[in-house]
Design a protein. Sequence first.
Length: 331
Amino acid sequence: MSIVENNIQEKRVDLARALHEVRVFAPATVANMICGFDILGFAVDKPGDEVYMERVAEPGVRIRSIKGDDGRLPLDADRNTVSACVKMLLSDLGLADQLGVEIELTKHMPIGSGLGSSSASTVAGLFAINALLGEPLSREELMPYCVEGERLACGHGHADNVAPALLGGITLIKGYSPLDIQKLPVPEELVAGIVFPQVDVPTRDARQLIKEKVALKDAVVQWGNIAGLIAGLYEKDYDLIGRSMQDVLIEPTRAILIPEFYEMKRIAMEAGALAFGISGSGPSVVAISRGAEAAQQAVDRIQAHLTAHGIDSLQFVSAVNGDGPRVLAKS
């Protein structure tokens, strides 16, 4: 049975016109946007993952190789989210017994970084198979398969990473029944300075720390911050954006898992960032800034502080990626 509500089995794919090979890039993402737990996220230009997909004679989906994962990801096509989601899509299209593809996955981003590593890979794979088939599905029709990939990866089918990775820009998850995703305006000077402290904070562990119940007064503050952020995006009001990106519900708990978090926050704000918080479940942190110069200054100072405390880290500075995944080569 199809996992999507609209019946894609009605789609007609002419395999005679399908491509032989395709290479796709899909971007990393910053989920939550500090105050919007599980409902907001945006894509960045770098880092990201690449998928190379090639048609082969033998039907089925196989993982040929994975690079950049230090051997942590499964080559089993039923357990790897990239191949598993491609298999689901081909099954729903009625092509599982007709088409053979082999996949090479290249990770250009750290696993467990809080930057949507699994979602970037899944999106790249689904975007690649759709391109290989001549794009029979819209991005919106691909979305439920991306969400299913997140369910396979971490046990929770949320869309705050896969939505911006697939659609690009800033996205709002209005609801899941049915899946309702809205794209939000992107002020052109908004830049993310990301630092990944190389410490281990598993997504499942970070989620388990979250309280099931919160005080009404805190919820009211958080609702106001989310509304203020969205208003700021529409108005291109950078001051309002900065004032609104404050998290009183999730950050106080998750920050415990991230060494030097509050010192990094102080450094970022003193460097001119509009706001500072956790990217996804961490340990990556993000300094939201107006312009690349302020973002670069914030991450440079944060990295210097981490180095002084014996913590290795990576940094990325990027504007919001408005395009999402892209085809790098095809034939």
